[in-house]
Ligand binder design. Structure first.
Ligand code: C2E
Ligand code: MG
Ligand code: MG
Ligand code: MG
Length: 299
């Protein structure tokens, strides 16, 4: 393992250290410091979950949210999940963190419902080691039972690269989850290498177009072609398609005009605290009671 190798090099003497750049040394130290902090983060309540709305592109209705974990470090401030989730994966902490997020998300979704708000789905990201864990299905069922959330309101987001490592194994695991009533979606779609034939085997309910293809829709003909191809692929597979990272009206209009079903992104809302989701849902319910639809614009 690279860390251990660098550590050994440091210990065996100065001559070896010079092979490593300042940058590498500081990033190793940085990583070890973060790792140490991460072990305490869960116990010390430094982690919390934000929720980002997902809206239907034809009705504008908010139909679901994605749970995104946050880490407020006591000295370093906010640390991005892009940084600490891979670290948690490496050091074997992803099980504990992932489980905690799953429980939080299920309880929160149940709480919105208990408050009389319209039912929405909650999506939880699952990383590779979490997915491979033999206890995953039991943990999901446990989180549903403990919260009282209906399985049909929970969705798990897995990445394309995760399921393509071992298609047979992934299909089996996904079927087990499907049998429990939990929906599955493929996150960051378009960044991996899926074949149509393997995609057809997965029991998924949606594909999520990676935000890297959404970002330059206005300027890149290639990205427009990719987005259109993913939309038609999803519909060919008979699954819904959602675009992530939608920031502008132009991007949304293009996606809508090309048959994309749903959207998520700063244009609609950034990831927010649960109370803010409750406010959005309450407004949506009031609009529905007046016989109006709350569109993404009015949100
Ligand atoms: P992801 O699941 O693909 O989530 C989308 C990321 O894009 C989120 O970043 C979100 O805040 C960001 N985003 C949403 N809308 C926009 C937009 O309009 N423009 C731009 N530029 N970005 C947007 P975040 O929250 O930093 O999360 C990054 C990644 O960390 C996630 O990517 C996911 O892979 C991972 N992650 C987050 N929470 C969890 C978790 O609880 N468990 C696991 N295993 N992974 C998580
Ligand atoms: Mg996701
Ligand atoms: Mg994504
Ligand atoms: Mg991503």
């Amino acid at each position: 393992n690279a860390d251990a190798a660098m550590y050994r090099a440091k210990e065996t003497g100065k001559n070896n250290v010079q092979f490593y750049t300042q940058e590498m040394n500081s990033s190793l130290e940085e990583k070890l410091a973060l790792l140490d902090g991460l072990r305490k983060a869960l116990d010390d309540n430094q982690l919390y979950v934000e929720y980002q709305p997902k809206a239907d592109l034809s009705s504008g209705l908010l139909f679901g949210v994605e749970a995104l974990v946050r880490w407020r470090h006591p000295e370093r401030g906010m640390i991005r999940p892009d940084i600490f989730i891979p670290l948690a994966e490496e050091c074997g902490m992803i099980g504990a963190i992932g489980d905690w997020v799953l429980q939080q998300a299920c309880h929160q979704a149940r709480a919105w419902q208990a408050a009389g708000l319209p039912p929405i789905t909650v999506s939880v990201n699952v990383s590779p080691r979490q997915f491979d864990d033999l206890r995953l299905v039991a943990r999901v069922v446990e989180a549903l039972n403990a919260s009282g959330l209906a399985a049909g309101l929970l969705e798990l987001e897995v990445t394309e690269s995760l399921i393509m490592r071992d298609v047979g194994q992934a299909v089996a695991k996904m079927r087990e989850l499907e049998a429990k009533g939990v929906a599955l979606s493929i996150d960051d779609f378009g960044t991996g290498y899926s074949s149509l034939s393997s995609l057809k085997r997965f029991p998924i309910s949606r594909l999520k177009i990676d935000k890297s293809f959404v970002r330059d829709l206005d300027t890149s003909a290639d990205d427009r072609a990719i987005a259109r191809a993913i939309i038609s692929l999803a519909h060919e597979l008979d699954v819904r398609v959602i675009a992530e990272g939608v920031e502008t009206v132009q991007q949304r209009d293009f996606l809508q005009a090309n048959g994309c079903d749903e959207m998520q992104g700063y244009l609609l809302s950034r990831p927010v605290a649960p109370q803010e989701i409750a406010v959005l849902l309450a407004r949506q319910r009031e609009a529905a009671e007046r016989g109006q639809l709350l569109t993404a614009d009015t949100q």
